[in-house]
Ligand binder design. Structure first.
Ligand code: HEC
Length: 189
């Protein structure tokens, strides 16, 4: 168990997404990518400390409490709304809207066509009620360490905790290399 924890920490630190080539609206894309890096490192920092403090079972409760706080503080300190979404969510609050669902399905198609998941992104200016919003998503690859809580072979004690905290959990059964979800960002233009 102790050894597993140490390996997990090393893997987590090495899995902060690498940023790749720009597409459209370079300035906004750069901002979005910088925020994602900050967001990903905060999330991983919390996960690492929580796992070290009390194992994955403890980390579930910490995720539930800390992730929304990180989302809010980043959204408050920038013009962007930032969160995570997925086609199969653990927390139903993270369910995708129609635009996000389409982008996630497109990411799956791009992966199926042989494109690497790491750095996969999509940006678009979306108009709703006459107002323009810049929207950006970046795929989140499933790393081996994520399988502790999102894989197929979960520890029964952990399953109990997840079932209690997230009765609608769909975020299991992933394999390393799958698209676990995406970072999703938007800002008014
Ligand atoms: C200690 C268990 C644990 C580990 C390890 C873990 N997660 Fe999660 N994950 C959770 C919990 C709990 C939630 C629900 C958080 C919330 O309430 O928003 C979650 C939610 C998510 C979400 C948001 C979408 C959803 O399903 O609600 C993404 C994306 C995600 N995890 C990706 C990852 C990735 C990528 C890794 C590996 C780097 C990882 N997770 C490792 C427990 C874990």
């Amino acid at each position: 168990m102790r050894k597993l924890t140490l390996i997990s920490v090393a893997t987590l630190i090495s899995t902060i997404p690498t940023l790749s080539a720009a597409e459209t609206t370079a300035g906004a894309n750069d901002e979005a990518r910088a925020l994602i890096q900050q967001y990903a490192s905060s999330l991983k920092g919390e996960l690492v400390s929580a796992i070290n403090a009390g194992g994955p079972t403890n980390a579930v409760a910490v995720c539930k409490e800390k992730v929304p706080a990180i989302d809010n503080s980043l959204s408050e300190s920038s013009e962007w709304e930032i969160s995570r979404t997925s086609l199969k969510t653990r927390n139903p609050d993270n369910a995708p809207d129609d635009w996000e669902k389409q982008v996630l399905e497109d990411f799956e198609a791009r992966k199926a066509a042989g494109n690497p998941v790491s750095g996969m992104s999509y940006a678009e200016v979306v108009e709703t009620d006459g107002k323009e919003t810049y929207r950006y998503m970046m795929a989140i690859p499933t790393e081996p360490v994520c399988l502790t809580c999102h894989g197929s072979d979960l520890d029964p004690e952990l399953v109990e905790v997840i079932d209690a905290e997230y009765p609608e959990d769909q975020a299991r059964g992933y394999s390393a290399g799958d698209i676990r979800g995406a970072f999703t960002l938007s800002k008014p233009l």
